[in-house]
Design a protein around this ligand. Structure first.
Ligand code: MG
Ligand code: MG
Length: 629
């Protein structure tokens, strides 16, 4: 399978783009005319530079407003085409994309278009070049790939073929299955893009909101299944116009693109095993059974601060590492690791961010398969040399320097706690009030959200929930969750657009994405609240206004409302299913814990409560002298 990406999909100058594209693992690029016109060098120089990066030029594009013009415009269009052919030969590429005309003088007519393309094919053949015809979703007379195919069929020239683009087909709501009846060898090139389901003008949507397959809501897998069923064996190329990507990091966007393309074609192969997809075997999306551990890096008095808080939450010290300054704290199914080492990954994270989450361990069926799939999708494996007697736990780098470890039963890796740690005597709390981890909340810049969503949903068997807006008094925060079936692992990804928001200020201080809060689940929020209060835990205080608002929004029995008010418990519901929450005060400049009681039918995270929670945290922050912005 030949992977390709249009240079227009990512930011930077041409050299930066090519470096990022080549490092991400692509085989080729579509060269966009602008790239090539703005670069200081001849077409031949540009072609050589691309090949020096180990990349082929899979396509030259676009050539617009060609077909069905009246004279003298028609002759001029052919002259223009000849000049493009000159450039293509200099560049060293043999295929040009002709997109269906939007020219106001265009006459239309399937046969007229076919005749024009046949003549262009004849001219291209003289130079051993090929032309591919694409229906733009907003083309003046041709806006449907079925019409474009009919034109190509009637042109009946070996150097004229069809180009299909998932956006133009799916964006117009056309069934991709109509592609299945087109001969694969008449399809010269395939472009893929996804897009979020937003009602807007097609052209505007296409130019600004396309995103990587899997990042949006279009059935790109259905589209590629149809394409592959034709026997198509040419390049599969990303053509993404997205304002955010144009301002993003070339390397991240290129890596996301590569990840999305491999995951897409792996999905196609799994959905239709009889299709020939030329892609190395890789394990399917990884099922996650739960969170094995969450590791904090902390030093000196921070250790005291964190472990006091854990103790008040009902955690008990359960083990000390045999060789290192690492301890474990447990309660129910939850294991928190506190790492004070001055070397290794935890130390690097501490140097950059201070007290923070430096590592998350996930329970999977096979840790080895997980690393294999993740690296096939472009993630970097992570390793640091194990000390004597220590297990080498498979791990990968997440985004932004984070690390994920994988623990399984199969390979005995779950024994790590017995092998590397010495158990303390008061191993478990007498009766744990907290049961398991309900969700892990990661805060990041808004631009990074698509990358993180794609990271989780392409490597793991996780689905994304619709994005919700969380109103911070100082700006908007977008929140999207990714979760495994049944909710064994839930992550909320919170993207801040401004540093003035509580989340944004946290992201700024932590140089990008970091875990900001961890929510533990309990079976009885009021029993938990009592136990926590008895141990000296300080709950985030909610205002009387909050409870007045609750009473107005929901039909809550007065006695229950009183209990909530007394215990500073927050409430939300969905189809009659309840969600109770309480929060810790903020510590270490923005971190906090949450305790939740979730009815099985409640699928959210209490987003309607977030503005109240954030206001209380900002207020609490001021009172305790924590810098607020
Ligand atoms: Mg296209
Ligand atoms: Mg939460």
């Amino acid at each position: 399978m030949k992977t390709s990406i249009a240079t227009v999909s990512i930011s930077g100058n041409l050299v930066e783009k090519l470096e990022a594209i080549s490092q991400a693992g692509f085989d080729g690029v579509e060269i966009f005319e602008q790239d090539f016109l703005t670069h200081d060098g001849s077409p031949r120089d540009v072609g050589n530079m691309i090949r020096d990066h180990g990349l082929d030029i899979t396509l030259f594009q676009p050539f617009r407003d060609f077909e069905c013009l009246p004279e003298p415009l028609r002759s001029k269009a052919f002259d223009r085409a000849e000049r493009k052919f000159d450039d293509m030969q200099e560049l060293g590429t043999d295929l040009v994309l002709i997109c269906s005309s939007v020219h106001p003088a265009g006459l239309g007519g399937i046969d007229r278009a076919a005749d024009d393309l046949a003549e262009l094919g004849e001219r291209a053949a003289r130079r051993t070049l090929r032309v591919g015809y694409e229906a733009l979703a907003w083309g003046r007379h041709v806006s449907d790939h079925r019409d474009a195919w009919e034109i190509v069929r009637r042109a009946n020239h070996p150097n004229v073929g069809l180009i299909v683009d998932s956006f133009h087909t799916l964006g117009r709501g056309l069934s991709p299955d109509t592609i299945r009846s087109i001969p694969g060898d008449r399809i010269f090139f395939v472009q893929v893009a996804d897009a979020p389901a937003i009602e807007m003008d097609l052209l505007y949507w296409s130019r600004h909101f396309r995103n990587m397959p899997g990042e949006g809501d279009l059935d790109v897998t259905g589209f590629m299944r149809a394409v592959m069923s034709t026997g198509y064996a040419g390049p599969i190329s990303l053509e993404i116009f997205n304002d955010q990507f144009r301002g993003g990091s070339p390397r991240t966007i290129a890596q996301d693109g590569y990840r999305s393309l491999i995951a897409l074609m792996d999905d196609v192969r799994r959905a239709e095993p009889d299709l020939r997809v030329d892609l190395a075997e890789l394990p399917g999306r990884i099922d996650i059974d739960g969170v094995e551990f969450i590791e904090f890096t902390a030093r000196d008095e921070e250790v005291e601060e964190l472990t006091t808080l854990l103790d008040r939450l009902g955690f008990r010290l359960s083990g000390h590492h045999r060789n290192k300054a690492i301890s474990t704290w447990q309660q129910g199914d939850i294991r928190i690791v506190v790492n004070s080492e001055s070397e290794g990954h935890a130390a690097h994270v501490w140097n950059a961010r201070g007290l923070s989450v430096c590592d998350v361990g996930l329970r999977v069926a096979s840790a080895a398969d997980t690393v294999t799939r993740a690296t096939a999708l472009g993630a970097a494996p992570f390793a640091q040399p194990p000390g004597p007697g220590e297990l080498d736990i498979p791990a990968i780098r997440g985004l932004g320097g984070s690390v994920l470890h994988f623990v399984d039963e199969e390979s005995g890796l779950a024994r790590v706690w017995d092998v590397e740690f010495e158990a303390t005597s008061d191993h478990a709390a007498p009766s744990p009030v907290l049961r398991s981890i309900d969700h892990i909340a990661q805060t990041m810049n808004y631009e990074d959200m698509l990358s993180w969503t794609l990271f989780f949903t392409s490597i793991f068997n996780m689905t994304k929930t619709p994005m919700v807006d969380v109103v911070d008094p100082d700006g908007l925060v977008r929140s999207q969750a990714v979760q495994s079936p049944g909710g064994a692992v839930r992550m909320t990804l919170n993207g801040a657009e401004t540093h003035r928001t509580f989340a944004g200020s946290f992201a700024e201080k932590h140089f990008g994405s970091a875990v900001q809060h961890i929510a533990f689940s309990t079976d009885d929020i009021f029993a938990a609240a009592r136990a926590l209060a008895d141990s000296g835990f300080e709950t985030l205080l909610m205002t009387a206004n909050y409870y007045a608002d609750l009473a107005a929004r929901f039909d809550i029995a007065p006695a229950l409302l009183d209990r909530m008010r007394d215990a500073n418990v927050l409430y939300d519901e969905e189809d009659g299913c309840a969600y109770f929450q309480l929060y810790s005060k903020v510590f270490a400049g923005g971190l906090f814990f949450e305790v939740v009681q979730r009815d099985a039918g409640y699928t959210g995270y209490g987003a309607p409560n977030a503005p109240f929670r954030i206001a209380a945290q900002k207020h609490g922050g001021r009172a305790k002298g924590i810098p607020e912005t």
